[in-house]
Ligand binder design. Structure first.
Ligand code: HDL
Ligand code: ZN
Length: 452
């Protein structure tokens, strides 16, 4: 009998038993370099405010790293301000404290005075351990000495290696004066490991204010998006897309975001027009995805500043309306509310131009990564992007990816073991092929315009 023709995609390899599957999944996840599709990280050419012996301190620098930045990450600030005795310090007093004093207070309050069991606290300890530091120090002195001795570029390479991340997408906001001035200076040295992303929240959620700023930069726009304003908004988008060489356009949108916008929200009508007539047409012309990050209620407690936002349930109909109305656009979507996840996964079954990604922000916790990833494999198979780090401080890459691999591994192993029980031969090369898709190819392919 002629040898059966091997399916081009069915890789060779002997069928694995349950234990072999778990081992192959762990190995594939550990060895597959990641394309991290959403972060707030920067290379050293954006300056660093972190004092060390190797580079000049840039107080407004955007490359954040080291123990003091890790401990004053806004997730930990919120956890601190819950447990300090009233007013000791008040949020306002806390923000006035020097960063090192803030970090000392957080270390004492959240790590020494009580067990650091929260995900954000545990993340700091995972990171310290992976950097070869003993996590149980009573003071930060030793940690500070370690980071002070590090060269930022060498440290960046080490953190990416420890996290096995090969590509980092940034969040680049032209409406942030500090970031805009750095790009306009022409002094940004491009780093091939970093991809730029044009982030445009104000253009959709606060068009009149955005228009005022853009007019100040020489774009002839008015707060009523008429024909001329739309043209100038497109010019602004193309100027920035080309300067950044951006791989997608992104916006974080509130739970109340609707497409088409609701009649009872007149301010939203302008943002809808900008999205429909400027942003999405430019994305289509430039063959770039639009990333809608939906469900963040900003400033629920303004006293907490960056720590004061929270999730709210978004509208899936608006996501499907966008995917159906703009079939030539590609949409990367992540939603912040746990309650949106099932409908979002089913929506992705309806629209090949919709790629869902990550367990975003308050969903980036083991229990929810487990629940959401299990559901997504059941509904979408291999055609989604399970995770992004959303890292703001360089070293967070290490723990956010380690903790995610720890959860995604058993989820995938259980699914492959269930598959094997049907008699389907599950092999190591097949697992490696799929994991390469989850951690790199689905994102890279969608950014380039191919199907996952
Ligand atoms: O809007 C966003 O991109 C969010 O990820 C916010 O930056 C949020 O504050 C955050 O840091 N999430 O981890
Ligand atoms: Zn983010």
């Amino acid at each position: 009998m002629a040898k059966p023709k091997r399916h081009p995609k069915a890789p060779a390899g002997r069928p694995l038993n349950a234990e072999g599957i778990a081992k192959a999944v762990r190995g594939a996840l550990a060895s597959q370099p990641v394309l991290d599709i959403h972060t707030h990280l920067y290379p050293s050419s954006f300056g660093t405010p972190v004092a060390n012996r190797r580079v000049k301190v840039d107080p407004a620098g955007l490359m954040l790293w080291g123990i003091d930045e890790m401990l004053t990450y806004h997730y930990l600030v919120a956890e601190l301000l819950r447990v300090v005795p009233a007013g000791q310090p008040s949020p306002a007093a806390f923000w006035k404290m020097p960063k090192e004093d803030q970090a000392d207070l957080i270390w004492k309050t959240l790590f020494l005075d009580r067990s650091p069991v929260s995900e954000a606290c545990r993340g700091v300890l995972t990171t310290l351990g992976r950097l070869g530091l003993k996590p149980g120090e009573k003071s930060l002195a030793r940690y500070r000495m370690f980071f002070a001795s590090r060269n930022p570029d060498r440290h960046l390479a080490d953190c990416m290696k420890l996290a096995n991340v090969e590509t980092i997408t940034m969040t680049n906001d032209p409406f942030d004066d500090n970031e805009r001035s750095r790009w306009m200076s022409g002094k940004i040295r491009r780093d091939p490991r970093f991809r730029a992303v044009l982030r445009l929240d104000p253009m959709i959620v606060a068009w009149p204010a955005a228009a005022k700023r853009m007019a100040g930069w020489g774009y002839r726009v008015s707060d009523r998006p008429d024909r001329a304003t739309i043209q100038e908004a497109r010019r602004f988008l193309k100027d920035w897309l080309h300067m950044l060489d951006a791989v997608y356009i992104a916006a974080s949108l509130p739970p109340a975001f609707r497409y088409p916008s609701r009649w009872d929200n007149p301010g939203a009508a302008a943002g809808e027009l900008i999205l429909k007539e400027a942003i999405l047409p430019v994305c289509a012309e430039e063959h770039l995805p639009f990333a809608a990050m939906i469900g963040s209620e900003r400033g629920v407690n303004p006293e907490l500043k960056g720590a004061g936002d929270m999730p709210g349930r978004g509208d899936i109909r608006s996501v499907t309306n966008l995917c159906r109305t703009f079939p030539n656009n590609r949409f990367l979507v992540t939603m912040l509310s746990r309650e949106n996840q099932h409908e979002l996964a089913v929506a992705a079954r309806k629209f090949p131009n919709l790629m869902i990604f990550g367990c975003w922000w308050f969903l980036n916790n083991p229990s929810l990564i487990d629940e959401i990833t299990t559901m997504r494999v059941e509904i979408l198979g291999t055609s989604f992007i399970p995770q992004h780090s959303d890292a703001r401080i360089l070293e967070q890459l290490i723990y956010k990816w380690e903790h995610s691999r720890e959860v995604i591994g058993p989820v995938l192993a259980a699914k492959y073991q269930a598959l094997a029980r049907t008699g389907w031969p599950v092999t190591a090369p097949a697992i490696e092929r799929d994991v390469e898709g989850y951690l790199r190819r689905n994102a890279a392919g969608f950014l380039a315009g191919a199907k996952g």
